[in-house]
Design a protein around this ligand. Structure first.
Ligand code: E4P
Length: 221
């Protein structure tokens, strides 16, 4: 499973990229707004840090302007993935941009029918939002299962299932169990995934026992 990080915070991206576990980044207009910077500048900087796909979302809602914005964003760096909303105009833009060789992430997906349309439109990624469905007492992971099952019936579909709107580590585990291709993970959740109190206390105990020996591994060679 690929791990993308879901943020436009450059410091977070720099720090988490050092784990060597980050395969890409997703942003959206809300995250770009939080960064307080111009979109082109933030995306350019993210693309210089992370070599994998970096999603940058259009804000136009009509086909022609989505295309203009998408082409503009795609020129920022070769790893830009243009993100379009799951609307008819978004699907049309997806089809055109993907035929031009641009990676496209179709976002704001809340149903299997929408995911099927995105795959037919040639999306590189489909982003179903699990957390926002859970918030409405609908099971977001059931949607991931449905989409993965449907895509598996059609090996010609190359669209990757990118689980978005992740709220906690269990979402990532469940998505991995289903076999989703990618999880886009907020920085806080990524940290929660490697932190465990038993790892911390276990390591402390090992080091305390080792210190009593007075040995160092390199000097014992
Ligand atoms: C990423 O591509 C999505 O925009 C993001 O995961 C949405 O997350 P949210 O529901 O926490 O805003």
């Amino acid at each position: 499973m690929k791990f993308f990080i879901d943020t436009a915070d450059l410091n977070e991206i720099r720090e988490l990229n050092q784990t060597r576990l980050v395969d890409g980044v997703t942003t959206n207009p809300s995250l770009i707004a939080q960064s307080g910077q111009k979109i082109a500048k933030v995306i350019e900087q993210i693309c210089a840090i992370v070599t994998g796909p970096v999603s940058a979302e259009v804000t136009a809602i009509d086909f022609e302007n989505m295309l203009k914005e998408g082409r503009y964003l795609a020129k920022i760096a070769s790893n830009v993935t243009v993100k379009v909303p799951l609307t008819v105009d978004g699907l049309k833009a997806c089809r055109t941009l993907s035929r031009e060789g641009t990676m496209v992430n179709v976002t704001l997906c809340f149903s299997a029918a929408q995911a099927l349309m995105a795959a037919k439109a040639g999306a590189t990624f489909i982003s179903p939002f699990v957390g926002r469905l859970d918030d409405l007492s609908q099971n977001g992971m059931e949607l991931i299962e449905d989409i993965c099952d449907i895509y598996a019936n059609y090996p010609r579909f190359e669209t990757e299932v990118l689980v978005a709107s992740i709220r906690h580590p269990l979402h990532v585990i469940q998505a991995a169990r289903i076999g989703a291709d990618v999880a886009t993970i907020p920085p806080k959740v990524l940290r929660q995934m490697y932190d465990h109190p038993l790892t911390k206390t276990g390591l402390e105990a090992f080091l305390a026992d080792w210190a009593k020996t007075g040995e160092t591994i390199l000097e014992s060679i």
